[in-house]
Design a protein around this ligand. Structure first.
Ligand code: ATP
Ligand code: MG
Length: 149
């Protein structure tokens, strides 16, 4: 962890196909935000978003690095994965679209709501992908204002 007087940045790793540890990084981020006293309504939105992004890495990518940056104005999170990438981002963003396997669906995933949920909860959302290489999801939460979800 690197921190100056009012900035903090932290890096996490997500391993793929590790359902036993799935949710680990989003839980760690949530606990850190609680420790530093971030508003609970914002923590909830960050936790939902990072959990969905983390599960997508576990299910559809090989591994990822998560960069968290916090300053008085905002929380920025980048999830950069190495993996198959997404051919058609517009399609992937549609509610209900999912390529989840039967096993994933049995575990309760595959509603095709993860990415739309991240977009809804974040103040800023960007996704980019290179098929065959990987996907990056960048989200920002402003600390000074409320967003109705
Ligand atoms: N990091 C990723 N790498 C490759 N493909 C991805 C990634 N994230 C999402 N996708 C693709 O986009 C689709 C939609 O993702 P989304 O999170 O919205 O739904 P889901 O994961 O299928 O279901 P849910 O999130 O509701 O459990 C996925 O089914 C998958 O095909
Ligand atoms: Mg998902």
């Amino acid at each position: 962890m690197k921190s100056s007087e009012n900035e903090l940045s932290k890096r996490y790793n997500i391993a793929s196909a590790d359902f036993s540890r799935a949710g680990n990084v989003s839980t760690q981020i949530k606990e850190l935000l609680q420790e530093i006293g971030i508003l609970s309504s914002i923590i909830r939105r960050v936790a939902i978003s990072t959990y969905e992004a983390e599960m997508n890495v576990v299910m559809y990518a090989e591994k990822a690095q998560v960069l968290l940056f916090i300053c008085p104005e905002k929380i920025s999170i980048s999830i950069n994965d190495k993996g198959q990438g997404i051919q058609d981002i517009k399609l992937a963003m549609q509610e209900g679209f999912s390529t989840a396997t039967d096993e994933m669906r049995e575990l309760g995933f595959g509603a095709g709501m993860g990415l739309p949920n991240i977009k809804r909860n974040a103040d800023k959302f960007n996704i980019s992908s290179t098929p065959g290489k990987g996907t990056s999801v960048d989200i920002v939460f402003y600390l000074g204002q409320k967003k109705d979800t």
